[in-house]
Each structure stands twice: as C-alpha cells, then as structure tokens.
Design a protein around this ligand. Structure first.
Ligand code: PXP
Length: 245
C-alpha cells in the first residue's frame, strides 16, 4: 500500500504572514501524524520563506516520525540537512522568484554537483536520498547513475492538465517513468498538486508508488475539516487506490 507523507510548509507560511508564533508547524505535524500520516515533509528554502532553521530543529527533536527534508544543493542547506539526519532527503530545484517548486531537477545538467552532495548525505546516515524529477526517461536513468536510491516524480503536469487527452498523455509518461525507476532499483515517490479528486486516477495508473507527498490540498482542506480529518480522508483515498495493470 502506498504511504502518505504530509508537507507542513503551508502552516509555516500562514504563521510567517503575520510574523507570529502560531500556527505552530510542529503542532500541525503532530495532528497530521494523529490523522494517520506516515511522515512529515518540509522544505527548508534558502530564503526561509516558510520553514525556519528552528522549525527543523524542533521537528527533529520533538517528533518521532519519518522526516522528508526537501532541499536544494546550496551548501548551507546541505549542511543543515546532514546535521538533521532525516530518514529521507529529497533534492529539489529552487528558484527564489517561484511561488512553489516549478519543474523537476535537471539531473543530467547538475550531475557534478549532485554526485558530490549525494554521498555526503548517505555518509551522514540518511537512509534514502531521492531526486525530484519530471517523468523523463533520460532523467530517470541519470538519477540511477547519480547514486541516489529514489526519485520523487513531479506530478504538477498531471495536476495541471487541462483536458482528458492531456491527462492521459501525462499519466502514460508518469507510469513509464515509475516503471523505469523501479527497474533501475530506485524507490518511487511522487508529489505536487495531488488531492482527493485527482489522486484515484493517478494512483491507478502509476505502478510502484511507495510514498506520496501532499501538502497544499490537505492543509487547505484542514481549514474546514480539521487537520486530522483532512489527513485521514486523503490517506483513505491513497490506501484504497490500487494500481491497475
Ligand atoms: N513534493 C515536492 C518536491 C514539492 O516541492 C512539493 C511542494 O511543496 C510537494 C511535493 C507537495 O506539493 P503540494 O503542496 O502541491 O501537495
């Protein structure tokens, strides 16, 4: 069964909008876990627009849960990730002017930097290192060559597809990319823009999904339903969706 990780960046975004101390992302993470999440995802951005260094320290020291630390390859952030020792480190591209992560990593173009960062993450005791990539077979092969042991498929193109044909086309690419990653021995994660409505078709079409990382839709729905209910509803959809060959 596919596992559900919840991204809590948006709780920090709300807190920071008023330069307040609440809502507390760590308290929100506890609610996510109480709702059945298998782990917590956060992105320590170079500009610290949501999650802060102190949040990271508290997530590590106060929670007994799988942590997925999303990071760019900027040296400062890599050092914090190494010191934090999350179970999973997911390398993502980062541009200061973007509203949210746009597009996957270009693993081929960034090969040298990735090949220097990835072994350091493993050497620090981090068990899983995944690369956030678009469903491109050459990129998937480059992930395997980079030394990472997982990928996170960028599902934004699926979530944003404007019509049925486009959606089916993107799903085909996602399924092929997941299959290729699996053949290369890479663990398959996925995320970006997934929600209660679009998940069933996605989960039924894409094989080998070990974990999905969902943030915005679950946290937004929590305003009306509460975090526990929002998480448990999403989990129910994720767990009841099975890949159909
Ligand atoms: N995975 C990665 C690498 C991301 O950058 C994001 C966005 O923060 C997500 C998953 C979750 O996307 P969303 O918030 O749209 O569910």
């Amino acid at each position: 069964m596919t596992r559900l990780l919840i991204n809590i960046d948006h709780v920090a975004t709300l807190r920071n909008a008023r330069r307040e101390t609440f809502p507390d992302p760590i308290a929100a993470a506890r609610e996510c876990l109480a709702g059945g999440a298998h782990g917590i995802v956060f992105h320590l951005r170079e500009d610290r627009r949501h999650i802060t260094d102190e949040d990271v320290r508290r997530l590590k020291s106060e929670l007994d849960a799988k942590l997925d630390f999303e990071l760019s390859t900027a040296e400062e952030i890599v050092s914090i990730c190494i010191a934090t020792q999350p179970e999973l480190a997911t390398l993502v591209p980062e541009r200061r002017e973007e509203v949210t992560t746009e597009g996957g990593l270009d693993v081929i173009a960034n090969r040298n930097r990735l090949e220097s960062v990835i072994p350091r993450l493993f050497d620090a005791g981090i068990a899983e290192v995944a690369l956030f990539v678009d469903p491109d077979l050459d990129q998937i092969d480059a992930c395997a060559a980079s030394g990472a042991n997982g990928i996170e498929l960028h599902t934004g193109d699926y979530a944003n597809a404007s019509n049925w044909e486009e959606r089916q086309y993107v799903l085909g690419r996602m399924a092929a990319a997941a299959e290729r990653a699996h053949q290369n021995g890479l663990r398959v994660h996925a995320g970006h823009g997934l929600d209660l409505n679009n998940y069933p078709d996605f989960g039924a079409a894409v094989p080998h999904l070990y974990e999905v990382s969902i943030g915005f839709a679950v946290i937004a729905r929590a305003l009306f339903k509460g975090i526990r209910t929002s998480v448990s509803e999403m989990k129910q959809i994720v767990e009841s969706t099975t890949y159909v060959n």
